[in-house]
Unconditional design. Structure first.
Length: 242
């Protein structure tokens, strides 16, 4: 007695007891009731920077490797020899550099750290190199430079690669032989020389006499016939005496 029903302490205690025994369901997004799940990271291709595939299965890489014409000419095979080969010496701007000749390489290669010291024209062409590992290697820098090998001056194109791809500082490929050189390789020596070119001249005999009209001389035309007859007679006498 002495208070309103809304202020009844006994009623409040009963209501709180009911709420504890029968809690109300939580309202909100159903995802909040589920345990947190970590979503896998998206796959990114380092070749085309696209998502959803790896570089080994990149469709853009396949299209580039399968194109013909100019694109096909930018693919070089560099099956480097694993055995030790004789070392040669080349000079670039007077500075000596050791190199290895590899007949299994279509082009010449140089380590990136060594290329920074070389003189020459810098190029930026994308070339696909096959044979350096399980996957192709893309070269985007080249140096066109003049070298001296065994006192022979040549202009060669060096493809710049990261140091991890090459065992030797400079590798010279067999394309150097297309410049008119011959490689002499022994177990302990490597030497280059220029190809020897012999030009043969063949003169076939003729049974016909001399045509006065084809003779370029200061003799007047009326005397040419007589001179040609004398020359033919001398030739016949010479042939009969042999």
């Amino acid at each position: 007695m002495g208070h309103k029903s809304t202020m009844c302490q006994s009623r409040r205690r009963d209501n709180m007891k009911r709420r504890d025994e029968h809690p109300r369901p939580q309202l909100g997004n159903n995802d909040n009731s589920k345990p947190n799940q970590t979503k896998p990271a998206a796959v990114t291709c380092y070749h085309c920077q696209g998502s959803g595939h790896y570089a080994s299965s990149c469709p853009k890489r396949r299209s580039q490797e399968g194109t013909s014409g100019a694109g096909a000419s930018n693919v070089k095979r560099v099956n480097l020899c694993v055995r030790s080969v004789p070392t040669g010496t080349m000079r670039i701007a007077g500075v000596p550099y050791s190199f290895h000749f590899d007949s299994g390489a279509e082009c010449s290669l140089v380590k990136e750290t060594v290329s920074q010291r070389l003189n020459g024209r810098r190029l930026n062409n994308t070339v696909t190199l096959i044979g350096l590992g399980q996957t192709p290697v893309y070269c985007t820098s080249q140096i066109l430079t003049v070298v001296e090998i065994d006192n022979i001056n040549l202009e060669i194109l060096l493809h710049v690669l990261l140091d991890q791809y090459l065992q030797h500082n400079i590798v010279v490929g067999y394309e150097i032989l297309l410049l008119g050189l011959t490689a002499h390789i022994t177990a302990s020596q490597l030497r280059f020389s220029k190809n020897q070119i012999v030009q043969l001249c063949h003169v076939s005999p003729t049974d016909q006499g001399i045509n006065p009209d084809t003779v370029d001389t200061d003799v007047p035309p009326e005397y040419k016939d007589g001179i040609c007859e004398i020359d033919d007679a001398d030739r016949d006498d010479h042939d009969s005496n042999q």
